[in-house]
Write a protein that binds this ligand. Structure first.
Ligand SMILES: [Zn+2]
Ligand SMILES: [Zn+2]
Length: 165
């Protein structure tokens, strides 16, 4: 069971460049999870339903991993820049959303971005520790972080996470 989960995580990892042409920007995952493709190469494959070189499954869909990554990054920026009231109203929701990105089988850079954004959130939350309820809430939220973080540190493929910002 555990091994199965690890394999799935591995298969969702994007490589740092397009398997087809070596482009590093605007990368997508193939539906089977083996290939990392730029939009041009990806589209060429999905148009013809070309088979994956590793598993032979036709590539019919591109997974827009980078968009999720950008979304997660933006959330971190929002945590830092929004008004005090907006932050206090929303930090719980944002935290849970980021936590979800941390737990999932997303590519490692999505989880790295979620880590960075969670860090921004917690730093800002620390500034509101005097506000009623924040101290208790904050401690509760941070305690939820421990498990997924331990899991990430235990992942074999996660060694790159700490250098990626
Ligand atoms: Zn390409
Ligand atoms: Zn494949």
């Amino acid at each position: 069971m555990q091994q199965e989960q690890q394999q799935q995580q591995h298969s969702m990892e994007l490589k740092e460049k397009c398997t087809g042409c070596g482009t590093v920007a605007d990368l997508y995952g193939s539906n089977c999870g083996h290939l990392t493709l730029c939009l041009k190469c990806g589209k060429a494959m999905t148009d013809t339903a070309a088979p994956c070189a590793e598993c032979g499954i036709p590539v019919t869909r591109l997974i827009r991993a980078e968009n999720r990554w950008q979304g997660v990054c933006l959330l971190g920026v929002t945590c830092q820049k929004c008004t005090r009231q907006k932050f206090l109203e929303s930090y719980n929701t944002w935290f849970l959303k980021l936590l979800e990105s941390l737990k999932s089988t997303d590519p490692i850079f999505v989880r790295a971005a979620a880590c960075a954004s969670l860090n921004d959130l917690i730093v800002r939350l620390g500034g509101f520790i005097g506000v009623a309820g924040v101290k208790k809430d904050g401690a509760l939220l941070v305690s939820k972080l421990v498990q997924p973080l331990l899991q990430i540190m235990g992942d074999k493929g996660a060694s790159g996470i700490w250098v990626c910002t």
